[in-house]
Design a protein around this ligand. Structure first.
Ligand code: MG
Length: 168
């Protein structure tokens, strides 16, 4: 049976919460990406755009899939070699980044630059997710969180068309 949007939305939010990521932390990444370009930026606006991104079904599906893989890896339920690859967050795997691109895609090309940038700099919550503490696996989640922030930053930029393309 096809799940309703609101059902998926609820589960996606629960998944993020269960994995220790708050929407405020994602909004902080949006703020970090856009503060130089948008004069009247506020945490409230950033949070609005994060919520807007999370209402998209493609985004919800990506959250469900990626986090499920992280959880199964933590529980050692996958077969090798995939189990080890995801558990060790192997740099050459790359499917975590590809999956998260399905979020960035929703808001057009502006998101790609932000996604690449935030993945390199790893501010705030992304640093924590990448620290590989206590046997936690966030191989998919870190890219998903970065992608939600990049998509929300694009959404915010589209709401402020007076800023030039190059600044978005
Ligand atoms: Mg990753």
């Amino acid at each position: 049976m096809v799940k309703s949007d609101s059902e998926l939305h609820k589960v996606a939010l629960e998944y993020l919460e269960q994995r220790g990521v708050t929407l405020v932390e994602i909004a902080e990444l949006v703020y970090f990406l856009q503060e130089k370009y948008i004069d009247d930026i506020s945490m409230e606006k950033c949070l609005d755009h994060v919520n807007g991104v999370l209402r998209k079904r493609e985004v919800q599906n990506t959250i469900l899939t990626g986090i499920q893989l992280d959880i199964m890896t933590e529980k050692k339920l996958l077969e090798n070699p995939l189990q080890e690859i995801i558990a060790e967050d192997e740099g050459l795997y790359g499917i975590d980044e590809i999956l998260a691109l399905s979020i960035v895609n929703v808001y057009g090309s502006i998101g790609f630059t932000n996604y690449g940038y935030i993945d390199k700099v790893k501010p705030g919550v992304l640093k924590r997710l990448n620290s590989h503490q206590n046997g936690e696996v966030h191989t998919f989640l870190d890219d998903i969180v970065g992608a939600i922030a990049a998509a929300a930053a694009s959404r915010l930029a589209h709401d402020n068309p007076e800023i030039s393309d190059i600044m978005k």
